[in-house]
Design a protein around this ligand. Structure first.
Ligand code: CAA
Ligand code: NAD
Length: 284
């Protein structure tokens, strides 16, 4: 099957990055969010990223204009679904929201449309089960920031067929990414390993072992991580970090995955990290 039109649902930091890389690779892209203001924020983030490429002399203004002409923003789900050959969902990391959206997409999209989720941790099999096309539902997990990070984790649900897997693997390569196949277990590989480290870093602050700056310095200067775990948590979004820990905790039933109470407290306070202006650090 040939993919011409990609619809990305959710114009947040992941959705806008995913829309950008598909448009850069020549696909027609529609990016949708719940409110026009969120759509515009996503589009302006794509414009800023691409403008940097011109400033750095890596692209011409004509090339950027051509990429931008392939991206359309909307809040109209029916319109966005009807023309999609592939949907990549990048909304909030909560099962109820994903399931409700996939039910609607299943009703609205043409029969050939593949439905992919960018979920960080939630079971693809459970999302697929609410549709009448579970063989065409798959996990396509990009890393943040999408234009920079090479990995795409590809997750088959129990019913995902080989044609759908091959298509998404081939598309990932066309985007210049490196696909890695993993099985459908909570957190897959990436967040089963990354998120407990971030949660443990939060516990070290919670228990007064060290300040956020000290924890980050240890991991940056001692382990050569590009960002300390608390800077990275703020970058990912503390709400997303909490939802992922909850999925690991519930999915494995093991207390080693319990989310740190300080993480819960920050999320309840609306301290979601970089995107809300405050998390472990303050952003102006
Ligand atoms: N969007 C697009 N491009 C970005 C960007 C963003 N948000 N942030 C940085 N970049 C680009 C810069 O433009 C720059 O591009 P060029 O090299 O082409 O000029 C490049 O990235 C490097 O940026 P900087 O020099 O400003 O900064 P840096 O060297 O510190 O790199 C970083 C920034 C790539 C983000 C680096 O700090 C890093 O790798 N951090 C860790 C990121 C990480 O771990 N991501 C995974 C998160 S977990 C996840 O995604 C899964 C999940 O489900 C939660
Ligand atoms: P975000 O908060 O930046 O953006 C989410 C966007 O989805 C918001 O603009 C919101 O308005 C929109 N949205 C919520 N419900 C919607 C709905 N029903 N219909 C349309 N739009 C809706 O979040 P994000 O960081 O972009 O994360 C999105 C998804 O990507 C999550 O599943 C997350 O786990 C996953 N993910 C995140 C990262 C990361 O580092 N942040 C990395 C990989 C995967």
């Amino acid at each position: 099957m040939s993919i011409k039109h990609v619809t990305v649902i959710g114009a947040g930091q992941m959705g806008s990055g995913i829309a950008q890389v598909f448009a850069q690779s020549g696909f027609e892209v529609t990016v949708l969010d719940q409110q026009e203001a969120f759509v515009q924020k996503g589009l302006s983030s794509i414009e800023k990223n691409l403008a940097r490429q011109v400033e750095k002399g890596r692209s011409t203004q004509e090339e950027i204009d051509s990429i931008l002409s392939r991206v359309t923003g909307t809040t109209d789900l029916k319109m966005a679904a009807t023309k999609a050959d592939l949907v990549v969902e990048a909304i909030i990391e909560q099962m109820e929201a994903k399931v409700s959206l996939f039910q609607q997409l299943d009703e609205l999209c043409p029969a050939h449309t593949v439905l992919a989720s960018n979920t960080s941790s939630l079971p693809i099999t459970e999302i697929a089960a609410v549709t009448k096309r579970p063989e065409k539902v798959i996990g396509m997990h990009f890393m943040n920031p999408v234009p920079v990070m090479k990995l795409v984790e590809i997750i088959r649900g129990l019913a995902t067929d080989q044609e759908t897997y091959d298509l998404v693997e081939q598309l990932s390569r066309e985007l210049g990414k490196h696909p890695v196949e993993v099985n459908d277990f909570p957190g897959f590989v990436s967040n089963r390993i990354l998120m407990p480290m971030i949660n443990e870093a939060i516990y070290t602050v919670y228990e007064g072992v060290a300040t956020p700056e000290a924890v980050d310095d240890v991991m940056k200067l001692g382990m050569n991580h590009p960002m300390g775990p608390l800077t990275l948590a703020d970058f990912i979004g503390l709400d997303t970090c909490l939802y992922i820990m909850e999925t690991l905790h519930e999915g494995f039933g093991d207390s080693k995955y319990r989310p740190c109470p300080l993480l819960r407290k920050y999320v309840k306070a609306g301290w979601l990290g970089r995107k809300s202006g405050r998390g472990f650090y303050v952003y102006k």
